[in-house]
Write a protein that binds this ligand. Structure first.
Ligand SMILES: [Zn+2]
Ligand SMILES: [Zn+2]
Length: 375
């Protein structure tokens, strides 16, 4: 008995024969799944009703004494049960893993595939049985920063009912989001399955975080104006064209003026002007566009670059008010980003499945059933 039969090519116009999967040597029922697109080749799974009944209350009821399918299975008729138009690959993965048919390709799933599996395991009530695999799949995608992929992972965590994973992923989604997150997600039907209030809460955290960062940027100007100590810079200033020149310059390299080279000072006014020049060099000023287009993490990187900007030098060294202000600004922005809370499902009434401790049970090579939020 071959484990998997390759479908024969369909004659034009005819319904293609299903791809057949023998999942159990003593299979007692056939599940047929047609797929959710017209071009899908249906898949037929020879399954064990006992295995599926242990894994899922849905199948326990279906194969129970109260349904035609259950009665026929118990009679030994091996009934053919047409399931519905489900995601074919997702169903193959779920039914295979529940029967301990572990193939390399089930080891890592794309966020989109993981979301599809989550929806199916919600529909067929088998999230608990898949739990060790789920932990393994989430671990493999923990470095994801793409907002669309994070949307799919949130759908997965939501429908698999893992609040701890959801909380960590939602904080991550906020950090890697721009103000246009809602329109990016709206393009995907699956992501739109996340409840409105959850999506609204996430968008609320995105705009609040951006507002706080922008406020910090603006507060620096006022703080610089409070500090009126001045110190010499290492430069000379051309009185003619305003160019800054090395300390030993005898002549302006730009306008060739040689008479009006002055010692330049770091003062309250120059620091404010320099501050906006630093922001400009790091693409943070004018601020309207970056705050509209960039993700929060990209903006935080730009603030870190502003802190590292060393074009301004003066005799105050590390005590220069500008330098201190840029350090403080970057620190505050980092704190704002790390304080992003994410969205908690606990109040939303989705009860977390209790921890499964696999001991050599189903699971990928490293499956440990851990739900550690993988920030
Ligand atoms: Zn000059
Ligand atoms: Zn200075």
């Amino acid at each position: 008995m071959s484990e998997r039969e390759t479908p024969k090519p369909a004659i034009d116009g005819a319904v293609p024969p299903p791809e057949i999967f023998h999942l159990h040597p003593e299979a007692d029922a056939r599940l047929v799944i047609h797929g959710d697109s017209a071009s899908d080749v249906p898949k037929e799974f020879l399954v064990s009703s006992a295995v599926l009944s242990v894994a899922s209350p849905y199948f326990r009821a279906l194969f129970g004494p109260n349904f035609k399918e259950g009665i026929e299975t118990r009679r030994g008729d091996c009934p053919t049960i047409v399931m519905g138009d489900d995601d074919l690959d997702g169903m193959e993965t779920i039914l295979s893993l529940l029967h301990f048919r572990t193939l390399k390709r089930y080891d890592t799933l794309t966020p989109e595939a993981l979301a599809a599996i989550a929806l199916l395991s919600d529909k067929y009530d088998c999230a608990k049985a898949l739990r060790p695999w789920v932990s393994h799949w989430f671990r493999a995608v923990r470095g994801t920063t793409d907002p669309e992929k994070l949307g799919f992972l949130l759908v997965a965590a939501y429908f698999l009912r893992i609040p701890s994973q959801f909380l960590a992923l939602s904080a991550r989604a906020v950090r890697h989001a721009s103000i246009s997150l809602a329109s990016i997600w709206a393009k995907h039907d699956i992501i739109s399955l996340l409840p409105h209030e959850i999506r609204d809460a996430l968008m609320g955290q995105v705009s609040q975080t951006l507002d706080k960062m922008h406020e910090e940027l603006q507060l620096v100007e006022a703080s610089l104006q409070l500090e009126n100590r001045g110190s010499r810079t290492g430069c000379r200033l051309c009185q003619n064209c305003g160019r800054r020149l090395p300390p030993a310059a005898k002549k302006c390299s730009s306008c060739l003026n040689s008479s009006g080279l002055q010692v330049s000072y770091c003062t309250c006014q120059t620091r404010v002007a320099e501050y906006f020049a630093v922001l400009r060099r790091c693409n943070l000023w004018p601020s309207v566009r970056p705050f509209k287009e960039c993700t929060i993490s990209e903006l935080a990187n730009r603030f870190a670059r502003a802190e590292d900007d060393r074009l301004h030098r003066c005799n105050a060294g590390r005590d220069c008010a500008l330098r201190k202000a840029l350090e403080r600004l970057s620190e505050r922005v980092d704190k704002i980003v790390s304080d992003v809370a994410g969205v908690s499902l606990d109040s939303g009434g989705r009860e977390e499945l209790e921890e499964v401790q696999p001991s050599g049970g189903p699971g990928g090579p490293n499956a440990q059933g851990s739900d550690e939020p993988q920030g």
